[in-house]
Design a protein around this ligand. Sequence first.
Ligand SMILES: [Cu+2]
Length: 79
Amino acid sequence: MRREFHIKGMHCESCAVEIREQLETTAGVLKADVNYGGKTANVEFDDAVVQEKTLVKKIQDLGYQATVADEPQREARGA
Ligand SMILES: [Cu+2]
């Protein structure tokens, strides 16, 4: 499944890279795209292995605020 997260607290491009790497090394995550300008993360993951709240926590552990975006299953529309 795919979910979009809103992220607060990123202050440069390397924040986005750090979050993406953290997500992509999480078990169950297939792909993560973090958009610094858009303050969002699009994450494709296997929900049998990892849950949204775990992904939120992973982002929070790095010091950023994360919330799940409202619209479920929305396909990424490009940056
Ligand atoms: Cu930064």
